[in-house]
Design a protein around this ligand. Structure first.
Ligand code: HEC
Length: 449
């Protein structure tokens, strides 16, 4: 996987992709107005649309339609607002666990008709409170009687028990003001169907380190398994913090689990022919069994034929933007380092710069983090290593930090190093060597004076 596929599941690196938050009205109401009792505002649209009391009559209403949910399986829910006098329409919906209305359940997808906003801060909501609302075009000015929106909702990947949808709707008078509009609200409680229902026996073909693509895996390294029938064709799942179990990445995602040396691995992404996961925290080396398990723990569980993968203490490799240019940032994390055109805004490094390089497979850290955990602070590499840049071995003084990336999954490692002053312009290979194993020298950092 490249860093861009990895970052979709890594909270820290989401800083690369912040979106401006907008504050419009008919363009989409503010968050926290879906009428959830525990939400700070605790109110609906009547906070501003005050001509009538909430739910002023029985001629109008807002309804939600949603089915029993299968953990991790996307479904289309429907919101309908109606009133015989309405001429323009709006809504806001959110989904929460039935046991605690301050815990978001799953996530919504935005499109031309649906806008998604977080309770606080910009998208993505990272498992925090999330709301879907109308967009300006989907207020359908001039439409009589009522309108319906379709919203894609992906439930949490694990069974979180019953989920409650809270919705508020506006049957407006099309006056382009907040006067003369009728606001309604309602709730819908849905159960977890629980059952995973994948039907084909999965085929396991190969495994590789997600950064170096080497076939030897190391403890806690990010890795991929390739094969067939891991998901229904066309379906994919990215683990988000809404999927976390006890604060860590889940050991099954989209009804798929990976078992290595008898241990379940945290899964970050699945699609029909690929699973991205983190190798369990095991010191064992040599060949170990691996298998893919669908519908894990259920009567309809399906297991691939067992394969074998070789474990080693280290399998160092750098993530790259494009297979070559190392996933790297400036020391303050604000600028991506790449040759022109490789990533938007990417610039080459200069000799003598401090740069941050991302990789995986560098072995155990101190303190040790378990596979799937999020790194709380600094955790340096436990074992000896060397780093060479353009053939020059870096001295300890030029290695500012070598360890896990704070705020990320425990399989993402970062090296903060000062580039030699003597570097010539060009794509300069960076190589990490641990226990005699070197990372591929095809990974380079562009340097230009
Ligand atoms: C913070 C105040 C505020 C809140 C809360 C608010 N609105 Fe509004 N809304 C406005 C204002 C002001 C307008 C008129 C300006 C505009 O259309 O942008 C408006 C206009 C609208 C319109 C167009 C009305 C028309 O007659 O043309 C719709 C539809 C709408 N809001 C939906 C909602 C919904 C649904 C909610 C609750 C989920 C909501 N609004 C909550 C302030 C608010």
């Amino acid at each position: 996987m490249t860093l861009s596929t990895l970052t979709r599941s890594l909270p820290l690196l989401w800083v690369f992709a912040t979106l401006p938050s907008s504050f419009g009205f008919s363009t989409g109401p503010p968050a926290l107005r879906a009428g959830v009792p525990g939400d700070a505002a605790g109110v609906t649209c009547t906070a501003c649309h005050r001509s009538f009391a909430l739910n002023p009559d029985t001629l109008g209403k807002v309804t939600v339609t949603a089915a029993t949910y299968q953990p991790g399986v996307k479904q289309t829910i429907k919101v309908r607002v109606e009133h015989p006098e309405g001429k323009r329409w709006g809504f806001e919906i959110t989904a929460r666990t039935a046991t605690n209305d301050q815990i978001q359940a799953g996530s919504f997808a935005a499109n031309a008709d649906i806008r998604v906003v977080c309770g606080t801060g910009p998208l993505p909501c990272n498992g925090g409170l999330e709301f879907a609302t109308h967009t300006q075009p989907s207020t359908r000015p001039g439409t009589a009687n009522g309108v319906e929106w379709e919203i894609e909702w992906t439930p949490p990947s694990t069974d979180v028990g019953d989920v409650v949808f809270y919705v508020a709707g506006n049957a407006a008078d099309n006056s382009s003001s907040n006067v003369g509009d009728r606001i309604y609200n309602s709730q819908l409680r849905v159960k977890a169907g629980g059952a995973c229902s994948l039907t084909k026996k999965p085929t396991l073909r190969s495994l590789s380190n997600a950064a170096s693509f080497g076939t030897t895996l190391a403890p806690n390294a990010m890795a991929s398994v390739f094969g067939l029938d891991f998901q229904v064709a066309g379906n994919s799942r990215i683990a988000g913090s809404g999927d976390f179990v006890n604060g860590a990445f889940p050991k099954q995602l989209g009804c798929v689990a990976v078992e290595i040396a008898g241990q379940r691995a945290p899964v970050t992404y699945v699609q029909n022919d690929q699973i991205n996961f983190q190798v369990p925290t095991i010191a064992q080396t040599g060949p170990v069994p691996v298998s893919i398990i669908l519908n894990p723990g259920q009567p309809n569980e399906l297991k691939s034929d067992a394969g074998t993968v070789t474990m080693a203490a280290y399998s160092p490799g750098f993530f790259t933007f494009n297979g070559k240019s190392i996933a790297a940032t400036s020391a303050d994390g604000r600028t991506l380092l790449s040759a022109a055109g490789v990533v938007p805004g990417g610039v080459p490094a200069k000799p003598g710069d401090v740069v941050v390089l991302y990789g995986t497979g560098f072995g155990f850290s101190e303190p040790v983090y378990q596979s799937g955990e999020i790194v709380a602070g600094q955790a340096k590499l436990r074992d000896a290593y060397t780093i060479s840049v353009g053939g020059t071995l870096l001295t300890a003084a030029d290695i500012l930090y070598a360890g896990l990336a704070p705020g990320s999954i425990s399989g993402l490692y970062q090296l903060n190093v000062r580039l030699p002053q003597s570097l010539a312009d060009g794509d300069i290979p960076v190589v990490v060597t641990m226990g005699g194993v070197a990372s591929p020298a095809t990974a380079t950092i562009p340097v230009k004076r």
